[in-house]
Design a protein around this ligand. Structure first.
Ligand code: SAH
Length: 210
């Protein structure tokens, strides 16, 4: 690692191991992934750490799962698409090793219908209609537990917040993460011309013991 190499055709390469972020951007996908720029903040905002029991839905390609697993969480994930669930488990095992699967229980289930888990510390959602999950949460999430939902559209945010407010949640926050890289070359020091303008909104809340 960290060496120069050249191909048989004389092409020059610099060799590094991929980071988790590199892997997420290049790995095979079924569903659209949450990007590293949001995964980092999600780990802090949902306070994900070793030993935390996390309920995640949907699992998609497993990008967000990989961030949370590497932070030490134990995940139960509900995903309706069997092919996506299989892809997510493959991605996790390839980058984090097969032992990470011991903390990653993916079930083919519809999280709008019913959630069997109890005593969960964190609920992390990336779903088209997260408000359908919220009414189940008072028996799933422990009091004081943290809810986080990622949604591309602000109309999804207002709808999920309405349901959170009437389900015993408080401390609601909604945040957007903007990354602006800079071009730094001698005296030319300025923001890059282009940036990713939008990915998703992050909404958090905490469950009150009502
Ligand atoms: N956060 C994931 C991407 C999730 S994409 C990642 O970073 O890779 C959204 C996923 O939700 C899709 O895989 C979709 O199949 C799943 N999904 C949609 N509705 C669902 C439901 N009712 N129950 C469980 N999963 C659902």
């Amino acid at each position: 690692e960290g060496v120069h190499a050249s191909s048989t055709r004389g092409q020059a390469f610099r060799v590094y191991r991929p980071t988790l972020s590199d892997y997420i951007l290049e790995m095979p996908r079924g569903a659209q992934v949450i990007y590293p720029k949001d995964i980092g903040p999600i780990l802090m905002m949902a306070d994900i750490g070793p030993g935390m029991k996390v309920f995640e839905s949907g699992v998609g390609s497993g990008a967000l799962s990989m961030g949370m697993l590497r932070a030490g969480a134990t995940i139960v994930g509900y995903e309706i698409r069997e092919d996506f669930a299989a892809r997510a488990q493959k991605n996790v095992s390839k980058f984090l090793g097969a032992s990470a699967l011991e903390r990653y229980d993916v079930q083919i289930r519809d999280s709008y219908e019913e959630i069997e888990e109890r005593g969960v510390d964190r609920v992390v959602l990336d779903l088209p209609e997260p408000w359908n999950v919220v009414p189940h949460l008072p028996s799933v999430l422990r009091a004081g537990g943290i809810f986080l939902s990622y949604s591309p559209s602000i109309t999804q945010v207002t709808q999920v917040r309405t349901v959170l407010n009437r389900t015993g949640f408080s401390e609601l926050t909604t945040t957007e993460v903007l990354n602006r890289s800079w071009h730094i070359d001698g005296k030319a020091v300025r923001p890059d011309h282009r940036m990713v303008a939008h990915t998703g909104f992050l909404t958090t809340a905490r469950l009150l013991n009502s």
